[in-house]
Ligand binder design. Structure first.
Ligand SMILES: NC(=O)c1ccc[n+]([C@@H]2O[C@H](COP(=O)([O-])OP(=O)(O)OC[C@H]3O[C@@H](n4cnc5c(N)ncnc54)[C@H](O)[C@@H]3O)[C@@H](O)[C@H]2O)c1
Length: 258
């Protein structure tokens, strides 16, 4: 148990990659605060965490609302007195070519994916500066490093997460705080399944064809699992990654070399 008694906040920690991250931290002995909107789903994860003998807390949070982030930090400190690790994982996606992209849709993606990460990091960093320690891991995407047709708004939001994380790493380095991001590739979650469903309808391909198309772009020849990402996040939060900061780690099965 490399993270025994560490206090970790996981945004969107109730589903998909966030769920796997919450469980992986609990397995390492950390106390997990699930910051999410859907309490029912969060309670299911909390039940699993409690079965592992770890403590956890649910704080209803919309990451795009600064007063809710304020409440998240306050609730965490009231209960646990400190924050050792923040994982900004919550995110949303939509698909549209730029010429059809509605201003409202651009704003929504930016509000959650980019502003949500900023708000969480700003609030938690203030506490970590007082502690003179901490690890922040933000979930970006492979699509934050490369443009892909119909994903301009999502790509821009995830590029923002990556460069924001690099900048924050420089600002927080004097306080002994590490900030890194991860850039997952194709990970089988509700989000990915929603994308395939969209492609299936719009491009008229079967799910099997879409999966084959995706697999052909992955040198390791398999989709990623939420646990693949969770293990890298746990590593970045551990003492083994003390000399890593400002990095963006690809968790893609080698996609960027295709
Ligand atoms: N699945 C992939 O292939 C993939 C690839 C690269 C990056 N990512 C990123 O990984 C992260 C997790 O994605 P996932 O695949 O598990 O998707 P998911 O849709 O299964 O989970 C997203 C989580 O974010 C939460 N969330 C969304 N908006 C929120 C808000 N305003 N406030 C609080 N929580 C909110 C959702 O409730 C959910 O818990 C996202 O940031 C996503 O962009 C996913």
């Amino acid at each position: 148990m490399t993270l025994r008694n560490k206090i970790v906040i996981v945004t969107g920690g109730n589903r998909g990659i966030g769920r796997a991250i919450s469980l992986a931290f609990a397995q390492e002995g950390a106390k997990v605060i699930i910051a999410a909107r859907n309490e029912t789903k969060a309670r299911e994860v909390m039940d699993d965490i409690k079965k592992q003998g770890s403590e956890c807390l649910f704080v209803r949070t919309d990451v795009s609302q600064s007063e809710e982030i304020h409440n998240l930090v306050k609730a965490t400190l009231d209960e646990f007195k400190r924050i050792d690790i923040l994982v900004s994982n919550a995110g949303i996606i939509s698909i549209a070519p730029v010429v059809d992209l509605q201003e409202k849709e651009w704003d929504k993606i930016m509000e959650v994916n980019a502003k949500g990460v900023f708000l969480c990091c700003r609030a938690v960093a203030k506490q970590m500066i007082k502690q003179k320690s901490g690890k922040i891991i933000n979930v970006s995407s492979r699509l934050g490093k490369v443009g892909v047709p119909r994903y301009a708004h999502y790509c821009a939001s995830k590029a923002a997460v990556m460069v924001f994380s690099q900048t924050l790493a420089l600002e927080l380095a004097p306080y002994g705080i590490n900030v890194n991001s991860v850039a997952p590739g194709i990970i089988e979650t509700d989000m990915q399944r929603w994308e395939w469903e969209w492609d299936r309808k719009v491009r008229g391909m079967s799910l099997e064809e879409l999966k084959d198309e995706a697999l052909a772009t992955i040198p390791l020849r398999r989709m990623g699992t939420p646990e693949d990402v969770a293990r890298v996040v746990v590593f970045l939060a551990s003492a083994d990654a003390d000399y890593l900061t400002g990095q963006s780690i690809n968790v893609t099965g080698g996609m960027e070399f295709r």
